[in-house]
Design a protein around this ligand. Structure first.
Ligand code: HEM
Length: 450
């Protein structure tokens, strides 16, 4: 029987809508919802059928109730040479088993232990900022979150962590993105120049990670950094821990998944604050009231409610994970349609978070909107910066706490302004949603009540 398809653009001969999607996925997705409704259909190339699902009830089916009919999309599986069978890329039983093993390390009671590291790392980094200086904020936020993940994961200080793991990861990621962007990447066993460089970079990274794991196994000292916690984790049924290969894959996954997203969230937040002085002033007021002249402490986190709403609102407008992709693994009905094995499904947080039927003045930055309707009180799958279901971001509490503490640290000591004559700031949707080009800001020292 012929598959009945939802409405959607015809696209170009042969390529379908691939070019339009690659040129600007945010605009493409928003137009699809507006022009064709909550389930839209398009093609990538002559054969690949793709569905954009923007109905919250159907999103829940894809991510939760019918999730077993789906696997991760091709883009993510392309990261497998780097992150192997870690949480982000593994599937089915292996994923479930690993998730159960790792989940406790990310529960709120463990995350709390990392708060002091988050504060210390940020403060040490901010010591480099001079009053009135123009800073490359995107780079600063990346360095801070990289410093935090190095410290919380391996108990390594920023510069050491960066030299040891940051540089090899950067090399690998540059080559991985190059491969992902090509329409037909050559299989890794073909010895093209890029493939050889890529394999060499992965090998270098592997040797770094295995030597960290090995040193830890050799030393008898137990540590409560994330590596220590993961090494102690035991399967609840057979009490078996992770092999070195599993540890390596999970460390790489958490390291990669755990810094760029939060760095982007912070860059967008500082940009939004620079454009909304009213909100920035209110943030300073809260920080002064809660922290006063003293030092920021982990226990302030819960009291910084306006700061938390600023982060929620920034994640609404510029969700670093702006879309979720899935591939149909087994034919499954979704709403009025039947999805066939091999079809692709996209869900876009960017599109959903800006729907005017769910958010008043959807394109405006209004942190107060979360005061009476906190994120978990909203209709399910209208606001979901961390995804949902069994594959919801494992680092969601970690990320929120990190973003709030870093922002509070900055706000306690600095005001931010966009640098003079700055070009228009636009989103660049790559693997994550980041500001296009550089984001430069002038940072001015402030005192309490200033
Ligand atoms: C603002 C920051 C962050 C955002 C917006 C974000 C967003 C997401 C989203 C949407 C997913 C689900 C992807 C899917 O279903 O296909 C995800 C998964 C994941 N995230 Fe995050 N994330 C953030 C920070 C972090 C941090 C700090 C860590 C670790 C320290 C982390 C680790 C992970 C891992 C391991 C997964 C895979 C989970 C699984 O499939 O079981 N993320 N993240």
């Amino acid at each position: 029987m012929k598959q009945q398809l939802p409405p959607g653009p015809k696209g170009k001969f042969f390529v379908g809508s691939l070019e339009e999607f690659q040129r600007n996925p945010l605009l493409f997705f928003r137009n699809l919802l507006e022009d064709y409704g909550e389930v839209a259909y398009f093609r990538f190339g002559p054969f690949q059928k793709v569905f954009l699902v923007s109905d919250p009830k159907l999103i829940k089916e894809v991510l939760v109730t019918k999730q077993r009919y789906f696997v991760k999309s091709r883009d993510l599986t392309m990261l497998k040479p780097i992150i192997g069978e870690g949480l982000l890329t593994s599937e089915k039983d292996h994923h479930l088993k690993q998730r159960r093993l790792i989940q406790p390390s990310f529960q709120q009671k463990h995350i709390g232990q990392y708060a002091q590291d988050m504060i210390d790392t940020t403060k040490a980094y901010l010591d480099r900022w001079e009053d009135g200086e123009e800073r490359m904020i995107t780079e600063d936020m990346m360095n801070i979150t990289l410093g935090i993940i190095s410290k919380t994961m391996f108990n390594m200080e920023f510069t050491k962590g960066y030299d040891i793991i940051g540089t090899p990861i950067e090399n690998v990621m540059k080559l991985a993105i190059k491969r992902m962007r090509s329409i037909l990447p050559s299989p890794l066993w073909i010895p093209t120049k890029t493939n050889r460089q890529y394999k060499k970079a992965i090998k270098e990274l592997d040797s770094v990670l295995y030597s960290i794991i090995d040193q830890r196994r050799q030393s008898k000292v137990t540590s409560d950094d994330l590596l220590g916690v993961l090494m102690k984790a035991r399967d609840e049924n057979n009490r078996v821990g992770m092999t070195d290969k599993q540890l390596r894959d999970e460390l790489m996954t958490i390291f990669l998944a755990g810094h760029e997203t939060t760095a982007n969230a912070l860059s967008w937040t500082l940009y939004l604050l620079s454009q909304h002085q009213r909100v920035q002033k209110k943030l300073h007021k809260e920080v002064d009231r809660v922290i006063g002249n003293g030092e920021l402490k982990p226990e302030h986190y819960k009291k910084l409610t306006y700061t938390q709403n600023i982060i929620h609102e920034s994640l609404r407008l510029y969700p670093p994970a702006y879309m979720i992709g899935r591939q149909v693994d087994e034919d499954v009905p979704l709403g009025d349609y039947l999805l066939k094995k091999g079809d692709m499904v996209f869900i876009s947080q960017y599109v959903m978070h800006r729907r005017e039927d769910y958010f008043t003045h959807p394109d405006e930055f209004i942190p107060e909107r979360f005061e009476n309707s906190p994120p978990d009180s909203l209709p399910p799958y209208t606001y979901f910066p961390f995804g949902g279901g069994p594959r919801i971001c494992i680092g969601n509490h970690f990320a929120l706490m990190e973003a709030v503490l870093v922002l509070a640290c900055i706000a306690q000591h600095y005001k931010v302004k966009l640098a003079p004559n700055h070009p228009e700031v636009k989103p660049q949707p790559l693997i994550t949603l980041r500001p296009k080009g550089e984001l430069r800001m002038v940072v001015e020292k402030r005192n309490i009540n200033d």
